[in-house]
Structures are given as C-alpha cells and as structure tokens.
Design a protein around this ligand. Structure first.
Ligand SMILES: NC(=O)c1ccc[n+]([C@@H]2O[C@H](COP(=O)([O-])OP(=O)(O)OC[C@H]3O[C@@H](n4cnc5c(N)ncnc54)[C@H](OP(=O)(O)O)[C@@H]3O)[C@@H](O)[C@H]2O)c1
Length: 277
C-alpha cells in the first residue's frame, strides 16, 4: 500500500522547508503547501483547505506570523481522516502572553487526534532568513532583553524534532521545548556572527533603544509598547528585584528526541555567515 502523504504547511518558509526536505530524504510522501507552494494552501481561502488535505494522515501545522491556526481548518482535517497534528509554537507563549499561539495549542490538544506541540525558542535563522536580517545588515540590532540568556535554536533541529513527531511513535500528547545547546545573550550571539562575517555588530538591549529602532522602521508606537511589555514579562527586566531569567535557557529535547546534540550557534554562524559582508 502506498503511504499516505504528510501535509507540510508553510512549506516555503524557514521551518516548513526543512521539515519537507527531511521527510522527503527519509522516503516519506510529502505534500508541501503554502500560497506559492507546490500545492496551493491559503489560510484566508477555505476553498484551498480540502484539496490540500485529501488523503493526508499527518500534518505539520504552522501559522505564519500574526495569523491564527483556524479551528475550522483543524476540524476539517480531522473530519477528512487526519490522525496526527504536529504544531509549531513558541517557547515563550506563556511568559509573553501569546494568545494566538496559546489558542492554537488548545485547538490541537482538543482536536481528538494525536498531537505534539513543538515550542521553539528563537530561531538562529531570524538573523539571516528572518526579521533580524535588515538590522544585522545595518550593523545594529535592538531587542529589549538586556543581557538575559536565550536558547537560540537552529531551524534544522526544530525540523528534526517535528519530523520525529510526525513519523515515529511515542511523541503523542507531548509538548516539547526545543532549544540550542547553550544559553547566549543577544550580545554574544552578535559577537559570534560578527566574528564569522568579519563585521562589527552592535547589540542594544534597552527598551528605549528598541523604541527608537522600531520608530525608525515606521512601526506603530502602540504595537511597540505592547512588545516592550511582553519582553519585560519574558525577561523580568524592569521588575522590582531586577532582571531574572524566567525560563532556563536550554532543554535537552533535541538530544532526547533525535539522538544527537543540537547545533551550536557558532556552527550555525560559521556555516551561514563566513565571508558574508
Ligand atoms: N522566529 C522565531 O524565532 C520563532 C520562534 C518560535 C515560534 N515561531 C513561530 O513560527 C511561525 C513562523 O514559522 P516559519 O518561520 O517557519 O515561517 P516563515 O519562514 O515566516 O514562513 C511563513 C510560511 O507561511 C506561508 N504563508 C504565509 N502566509 C500564508 C497564508 N495566508 N496562507 C498559507 N500560507 C501562508 C509562507 O509561504 P507563502 O508565502 O508561499 O504562502 C511560508 O511558507 C510563527 O507562527 C512564529 O510565531 C517563530
């Protein structure tokens, strides 16, 4: 019998692209979907959902930034015979009060089928593929987290964990916190990229520096203030008693689930940033 396809949403994006490639390399039948993907899937066009789901058993479920996971899509998936959902979420959902992803997590947990939630820390790829790239190119990045340590994780490791959850037994009903191997401050992360690329990069970690950066980028003031509050909740910065690390920077999820250690930030930087100016 031919294997049922695994539907990968966001298949042209940072994690979905890697999930699809890894599944295909292991010989699975992959249906990569997005607005511009091989199979057309648009969260805002429910007419694209049913064809994307036809015959599918498992789904890598991700919502692009700021879009919700529509409960109606999950109902449709389950109704069409999907038996396993692996959701990309964020490690900081509770601390930062991310209602969008908290709702997505509830939707999959209450779906009635096997589920795994992959709560990823900051992606390494934010620096080269994602929203930090313009700041890195400009030589200066502001994020209001001071010198708190973060568990930057490589998207290849997120994909490896997601693929295990999609294809192996034993990951059902689990919420995985996925991080890199060591906690790094943003300043340290920029120094590592700076060293690999031979450039001088400056990190600015205060709320006021973040406000100035976002204003220069033309971001609405109200949105920036909400983000400053969310970052304060994440780091404890600005609270009586000073900064505290609310969550441990790292977990052993990648090693436990994949059987190999997570990719170190320095290896990511050497691979991606060497010689990039
Ligand atoms: N960056 C981080 O550090 C971090 C950490 C934890 C969690 N997250 C979460 O990760 C998610 C983003 O994942 P990612 O970085 O892998 O994605 P991404 O690189 O931002 O790519 C977004 C993907 O979604 C597709 N897409 C965009 N709009 C769509 C629409 N209306 N309908 C269907 N598909 C659409 C895009 O392809 P098309 O343009 O072809 O449609 C693309 O494949 C977000 O929910 C974010 O909160 C991010």
């Amino acid at each position: 019998m031919t294997e049922q396809p695994i539907l990968v949403l966001g298949a042209t994006g940072t994690t979905g692209r890697r999930v699809a490639a890894r599944l295909a390399a292991r010989g699975h039948v992959v249906r990569g979907a997005s607005r511009h993907g091989v199979v057309r899937f648009d969260w805002s066009d429910a007419g694209t959902w049913r064809p994307a789901l036809a015959g599918v058993r498992s789904v890598y479920l991700m919502a692009p930034h700021e879009l919700p996971v529509e409960p109606a899509f999950v109902r449709e998936a389950v109704g069409q015979g999907v038996r396993r959902l692996v959701l990309l979420s964020s490690r900081a959902v509770e601390e930062m009060g991310d209602e969008r992803l908290l709702a997505a997590e509830s939707t999959v947990r209450e779906s009635g089928v096997e589920w795994t939630v992959v709560r990823a820390d900051w992606f390494n790829q934010n620096f080269d593929e994602g929203f930090f790239r313009p700041a890195i190119e400009a030589g200066e990045l502001a994020v209001p987290v001071g010198d708190t340590r973060q568990g930057f994780v490589d998207a290849d490791d997120i994909a490896a964990v997601a693929v295990a959850a999609l294809t192996e037994a034993g990951h059902e009903g689990k919420t995985y916190e996925v991080t890199g191997p060591r906690g790094l401050t943003f300043g340290e992360a920029l120094d590592i990229i700076g060293e690999a690329s031979g450039r001088r990069l400056t990190f600015r970690g205060s709320a006021d520096e973040y406000r100035a950066q976002q204003a220069a980028l033309g971001m609405p003031e109200e949105q920036t203030e909400q983000e400053v509050i969310a970052y304060r909740q994440l780091t404890g910065l600005g609270h009586p008693g000073g900064a505290r690390q609310k969550v441990e920077p790292t977990t052993d999820t990648v090693a436990t689930v994949t059987g190999r250690p997570p990719i170190d930030f320095a290896d990511y930087a050497a691979r991606v940033w060497t010689g990039v100016r």
